[in-house]
Structures are given as structure tokens and as C-alpha cells.
Design a protein around this ligand. Structure first.
Ligand SMILES: O=C(O)CCC(=O)C(=O)O
Ligand SMILES: [Fe+2]
Length: 358
């Protein structure tokens, strides 16, 4: 199980296949304690070959010329809100601390419709459109397997919706959602240019906005850190804690699911730092891929019918569903939808003409 030891947190690695009869309970426990958990990438996961294919594609994309990427810039009207390419330093995830924008490039891909993207793709992605769509489907299915286990672990009764309580609200056949696949590239830099302190960082401290995020990392490319739940210090997140043949997939809880569960599940703050250089060596590239899973736009964020959530909320009286954590006060009797939650969350961070993030 997860353990906190001084300044480091050991994030648990859970087998979510049918084999593990405690999977639901273990997942809920990790979501409530740490907001982060690894799932083993076994039969219940995503074939490693599909993941490698996406990383290869990502590398080809980011190594292509600025002119190619710029045709699909997030700032172009063609890409649509929060879709497309973000150049280096475009996004600043922790504006209070950062001197410059994040040292990264990203490419945000919104939901496909009838098997096709709803935004322009630059050449390297366009020729592999099917691969991208297939990968997004695999990610979404994995998220829904986790949602089923959450519903079981939270003991939602059959009469109240049972194990499909969350997954049915993420069923893309029923309508659009804000789910995003994000390719990330943190370029290498000579260690002599390595910035000092916290003012320059690969990705500033933030929490994610949706229900859950899947994060794919590569061996030898560290840098992700989570804020220790009980304090202000940071703990590194390994890429492969148990040296498994198939890298485990990192899952974290977003703000929306934390809000939905009345604060029981934690949306833990995380960041990406420049790893320490060895003897003046350059800091290597880091590639990562995130799938930000969101409920259907129209999903109503009503109280989850769970005795576990109820008990938590009773113990923590301050958690009032009329105050959306991080999204302000709601009007009397107003029920927030997933779309409304995302809009409020983006506005709270970026002001009314919100552009970025998930
Ligand atoms: O690259 C990473 O490891 C994390 C990226 C991330 O947290 C984000 O884009 O929300
Ligand atoms: Fe994140």
C-alpha cells in the first residue's frame, strides 16, 4: 500500500485485472490518500506496442519544423478552443512562481467524431490519424475500467446506478466531452544553462481539471514530482517503480472528480522539474503523453450516491456541494455540469479568454 516516509511518497502499483479481488478497494484507498496510483499494464491495460507507436509519432511531430507545427497552433481560430500546438513557453502553469512559461511544447487533441479529428492535424499526425484515434479509444476504455472499480469501491448500490455510475457518465456515445489527448515534449538543454530555483521549470505546479488523467512516461526521462499531501515538499514520481517489463501507467485524480466526491478523492498538485545533471552533462529530452478524461459535457455533478462519500462528507462538514472547490460559489439550487465545471476552472486560472489546459 502507499506509504509516506519523510519527504517521499511511495505511490502504490495496483493490478486492476480480474485477478485482483481487492482492486476496487485499493484504488479508492489510493485516490483518497494520494490522488495518484500506478496501474499495472497487463491484460487490463494498453498494449505497450501501441504506446511506443504514439511516442514515435510524438517525436516525429515535435522534431518537425516550426512552420509545420504552427499551421495547427492553439492560437489559430482553425484549431478550436484548447486544441492544437503550444510552442515553447506558451503555457505558464504556475504564474505566481514562474518567471518564464513552461519549458515545453505540447499538442492537444480533442475528441474525434465519426473516426476523424475535429481540428487540423499537421502532416506527421495526419498520416497516422487512425493510430491516434485508436489510442484515444484505448485510453478511454482504460479510464472507464477504472471508473467501474471506483464505483464498486465506493459501494454505489445497484438501485442507485451500481458499478456503471461513473462510466455511464463518460460514455462517449451519449455526447461530447472535454477529454483531451496531450503529447508533451520537454527539450534537452545544456546543464550550463540550467535555470536556478523554481522560477524556471518544465511544467509549473498545478492540478489537472478533469475526472482522471492517464500519464505515460519513458524510462530514463524523470522529472515528475507530486506535492506531499501533508506538507509543502515534493516527492519524485518514478517511471517504473518495480522494474516491470511493461511500464505501469500512472493515473491521477483531477479537480472535477475531487469535487464530485466531496473532496474524498484528492486532486494532488504536481509539476515537472529539470532533473539533476550529472557532472555538467546536458539535461536530456523528456517526452510524456497525458490523456485527460472528462465526463460528458452534460453530466450533472450531483452528489455521488455512495455511503463512503457520504460518511466522508459528514466528517468534513466544510465540504459543501454548493461551493465548487476552486470554481466559486454556485447559485441557490444550481447544479454544475461537467462543461460548466471546466469553463469555471479555466476562467479561474486564465481569465475570461481562457486558452490553455485540460
Ligand atoms: O509530463 C508530465 O509528466 C506531466 C504533465 C502534466 O502534468 C500535465 O500536462 O498536466
Ligand atoms: Fe498535470
Amino acid at each position: 500500500m502507499a506509504a509516506e516516509n519523510g519527504d517521499t511518497v511511495t505511490i502504490p502499483v495496483i493490478d486492476i485485472s480480474e485477478e485482483n479481488k481487492n482492486a476496487a478497494e485499493d484504488l479508492v484507498d489510493a485516490a483518497a490518500k494520494y490522488g495518484f496510483v500506478f496501474v499495472k499494464n497487463n491484460i487490463a491495460g494498453i498494449p505497450p506496442s501501441e504506446i511506443s507507436q504514439m511516442f514515435n509519432l510524438s517525436e516525429t511531430l515535435f522534431k518537425s519544423s516550426v512552420e509545420v507545427k504552427e499551421t495547427c497552433s492553439i492560437n489559430s481560430a482553425k484549431s478550436g478552443k484548447n486544441r492544437g500546438w503550444l510552442a515553447m513557453h506558451t503555457e505558464t502553469l504556475d504564474p505566481a512562481k514562474q518567471k518564464r512559461g513552461d519549458f515545453k511544447e505540447a499538442f492537444n487533441i480533442g475528441e474525434f467524431k465519426d473516426g476523424h479529428p475535429q481540428q487540423p492535424f499537421p502532416e506527421p499526425l495526419a498520416v497516422q490519424e487512425t493510430t491516434v484515434g485508436h489510442f484515444m479509444n484505448s485510453c478511454h476504455e482504460l479510464c472507464n475500467r477504472i471508473h467501474v472499480l471506483f464505483a464498486q469501491g465506493l459501494q454505489i448500490s445497484e438501485s442507485a446506478g451500481g458499478s456503471s455510475w461513473f462510466s455511464s457518465r463518460h460514455d462517449r456515445i451519449k455526447g461530447p466531452s472535454g477529454s483531451i489527448l496531450r503529447l508533451l515534449y520537454y527539450p534537452s538543454i545544456p546543464s550550463s544553462l540550467l535555470p536556478e530555483g523554481e522560477t524556471d521549470i518544465r511544467a509549473g505546479a498545478h492540478s489537472d481539471y478533469g475526472s482522471i488523467t492517464l500519464l505515460f512516461q519513458l524510462p530514463g526521462q524523470p522529472g515528475l514530482e507530486i506535492r506531499i499531501p501533508s506538507g509543502t515538499s515534493w516527492s519524485p514520481v518514478p517511471v517504473n517503480p518495480h522494474n516491470e517489463a511493461a511500464l505501469p501507467i500512472l493515473v491521477n485524480i483531477g479537480d472535477l472528480l475531487s469535487y464530485w466526491t466531496g473532496g474524498l478523492f484528492k486532486s494532488t498538485v504536481h509539476r515537472v522539474i529539470f532533473p539533476k545533471a550529472q557532472n555538467g552533462e546536458a539535461i536530456g529530452d523528456r517526452y510524456s503523453i497525458a490523456y485527460f478524461c472528462h465526463p460528458l459535457d452534460k453530466a450533472e455533478l450531483v452528489e455521488v450516491p455512495s455511503p463512503v462519500v457520504k460518511a466522508y462528507m459528514e466528517e468534513n462538514k466544510g465540504r459543501d456541494m454548493s461551493i465548487g472547490m476552486g470554481v466559486g460559489k454556485l447559485d441557490e439550487g444550481q447544479i454544475l455540469t461537467a462543461k460548466g465545471h471546466l469553463e469555471r476552472r479555466l476562467a479561474a486560472t486564465y481569465g475570461s479568454n481562457a486558452q490553455g489546459k485540460d
